[in-house]
Design a protein around this ligand. Structure first.
Ligand SMILES: NC(=O)C[C@H](N)C(=O)O
Length: 326
């Protein structure tokens, strides 16, 4: 029987309502979660790794680096078929994309969580956990990279995003659609993610990369402040195809003049940023000033790619753009 390692990191799937404060807080372990899926043994021998028990709001580069190592270590063992990770939904897409970029193996890695906490009578954690164990032992899941599977729907790490704060149907991949679905009788894959790349994590500390938002009336002062505070990279959450106003554009040029790379992403959920508009602050003018177009990567994922590229020594516009286009 295949072995699946279940890495419990926390999130609502591991939370309950505190009887005193009535707040939803971390409460149950990976072993407790395994008790909710008595059928798991039909599919795999599951070993539990109680990695952490925190809200996904606390994730950061050092933690992600440790998680990559835990996943690599597990998947390097021949008897391990795949890894399932329980995680908070708030930043699950960031962790999924980070792992997709950094994990070495082509064995499946499936992230799951819950929207309803473990005190809830219709807690959605157990279904997602059992589904993930089934995906991990499905032959077709190999080579699909890191997946995020909740509500019977399988998403690819690069395209998935949280679309609803409370609904159990929250993770979607926009125009790219689902990779597949989990049914009672089988796991069905209908798509494969083609835009994947690998970046090794080096020994250097992860560079500080900030996300700054464009909005009506933005004055660019916070972007300049980030540069003055020592940011090593900037992602602008621009609007439309990657456009911004004159003040933000001037701040982008300020960053570039200090050799701080700038990546232009968009707040629009579908489509991509492109060097099209030629008015001052339009995407074409930022690109010609030396900025990189994030394409269809969300600002939060563009930040991870930029961070990992910078720590690997890539910082010139052409090389960065090539990696964002990959
Ligand atoms: N549904 C969730 O898991 C939300 C929670 N705040 C978290 O991300 O840890």
């Amino acid at each position: 029987q295949p072995v699946v390692q279940f890495i419990a990191t926390g999130g609502t799937i591991a939370m309950k309502i505190d009887p005193v404060t009535k707040g939803v807080v971390p409460a149950i372990s990976g072993d407790d979660l395994m008790q909710t899926v008595p059928d798991a043994g039909k599919y795999a021998t599951v070993e539990v790794n109680n990695f952490s028990n925190m809200s996904a709001n606390y994730v950061e580069a050092k933690w992600w680096t440790r998680l990559t190592k835990a996943v690599d270590d597990a998947l390097a063992r021949p008897e391990v078929a795949g890894v399932v990770i329980a995680h908070g939904t708030d930043t699950m897409e960031e962790t999924a994309y980070w792992l997709d970029l950094t994990v070495k193996s082509d064995k499946p890695v499936i992230l799951i969580g819950a929207q309803r906490n473990a005190s809830s009578p219709d807690f959605d954690g157990p279904r997602n956990l059992l589904n993930a164990i089934r995906i991990a032992t499905t032959e077709q899941a190999r080579g699909k990279g890191v997946m995020l599977a909740m509500n019977n729907q399988i998403n690819a790490a690069r395209s998935v995003t949280k679309t609803h704060t409370g609904d159990v149907e929250t993770f979607k991949s926009g125009d790219f659609g689902f990779l597949g679905e989990v049914w009672e009788d089988k796991v069905i894959f209908t798509n494969a993610p083609l835009r994947r790349q690998h970046i090794d994590i080096g020994t250097a500390e992860m560079p500080r990369v900030e996300i700054l938002a464009m909005f009506g009336g933005a004055d660019g002062s916070l972007l300049r402040y980030a540069v003055d505070q020592g940011a090593k990279g900037i992602v602008v959450q621009a609007v439309g195809m990657g456009n911004m106003n004159v003040s933000m554009f001037e701040a982008v040029k300020y960053a570039l003049s200090k050799n701080v790379p700038v990546v232009v992403a968009t707040r629009v959920p579908n489509g991509r940023t492109m060097p099209v508009y030629g008015f001052v602050g339009g995407g074409k003018t930022s690109y010609e000033a030396g900025a990189v177009m994030a394409g269809d990567l969300s600002p939060q994922k563009a930040r991870l790619l930029l961070m990992l590229l910078l720590q690997s020594g890539v910082s010139a516009q052409a090389e960065l753009q090539a990696a964002f286009d990959r």
